[in-house]
Design a protein around this ligand. Structure first.
Ligand SMILES: [Zn+2]
Length: 276
């Protein structure tokens, strides 16, 4: 183990997920000398086009959207100090229920073992100590996030290499405050108390969160990484908070540890606890 640097691998669905979910973790890890690898599974072709055009609307050219989002992703990675960006290149499946879900080449229709084999190859290559992805619900039910979860867990099981595996999460205690701010900023935001709403499944009770990571010192980088993805309308609401409020709200990143070989007690405040 001594002949390679400590390594973090984050597996995300779309260009921009790295910033919202793990921007602080990536920036902090890079600052601490940890090698950082970002795997982005899809091309983001179902994202907004220039000027906010939505998929299916006139002027939404998926190839142009992909090119724009690759550029944004490269910029975000530079801001966050990501050492290696790996693109699996699957077609964005769109939101649950969209016809893109079943389109040929979509990430959602790709058999899990096929995509997991590609990821397993990257895990063998980089040998990450820590792997981070989403929970079974893909954090909020997006098919590509669910698929990213599935292929990550399959690749981890196949290789048996990472010492610690985490899923991103959010404390339920914060959801009310969060939705209040998003509404205030004009986002079409669901009420987390709505039992049928998509946010009713998001996050965990505080006492089920194993890992609280203070990334407030890297809030500016996280904000700038998200700003690199300003073409996507859902990011604009976050950016409207401004750096300070954004850092206050998004500066503590939370995770649930689902695999561990270190035996470090939880709650912990460092994903690399027991590995340094
Ligand atoms: Zn996403």
């Amino acid at each position: 183990m001594a002949d390679r640097p400590l390594t973090l691998m984050a597996v995300h669905a779309h260009p921009d997920d790295e910033a919202t979910g793990t921007g602080g973790l990536l920036a902090r890890s890079a600052a601490e000398g940890i090698r950082t690898v970002l795997v982005t599974c899809t091309d983001g072709s179902c994202g907004d086009g220039p000027g906010g055009v939505k998929p299916g609307e006139p002027g939404h050219d998926p190839a142009a959207v992909v090119a724009m989002r690759q550029e944004e992703l490269a910029k975000s990675c530079a801001v966050l100090g990501v050492d290696h960006l790996e693109l699996l290149g699957y077609a964005d499946s769109g939101m649950m229920g969209w016809p893109n879900n079943d389109a040929a080449g979509s990430f959602w229709t790709t058999p899990v073992p096929a995509a997991a084999a590609k990821l397993a190859e990257l895990i063998r290559h980089y040998q990450p100590d820590v792997v981070v992805t989403y929970d079974e619900n893909g954090f909020y039910g997006h098919p590509d996030h669910i698929q990213a979860h599935r292929i990550t867990m399959a690749a981890v099981a196949e290789t048996g290499l990472p010492a610690k595996v985490y899923w991103t999460t959010a404390p339920r205690s914060k959801m009310d405050e969060f939705s209040k701010i998003m509404k205030e900023l004009g986002a079409d935001w669901e009420d987390p108390d709505d039992e049928d709403g998509p946010l009713s499944e998001v996050g965990l009770p505080d006492d089920e969160i194993t890992t609280w990571l203070d990334t407030r010192a890297y809030g500016g980088q996280k904000y700038d990484a998200l700003a690199a993805h300003a073409s996507q309308s859902e990011n604009i609401f976050f950016l409207r908070m401004g750096r300070e409020r954004f850092t206050e709200l998004m500066g503590i990143e939370t995770f649930v540890r689902v695999q561990d070989r270190t035996g470090v007690a939880t709650p912990e405040d460092d994903l690399f606890a027991g590995l340094r």
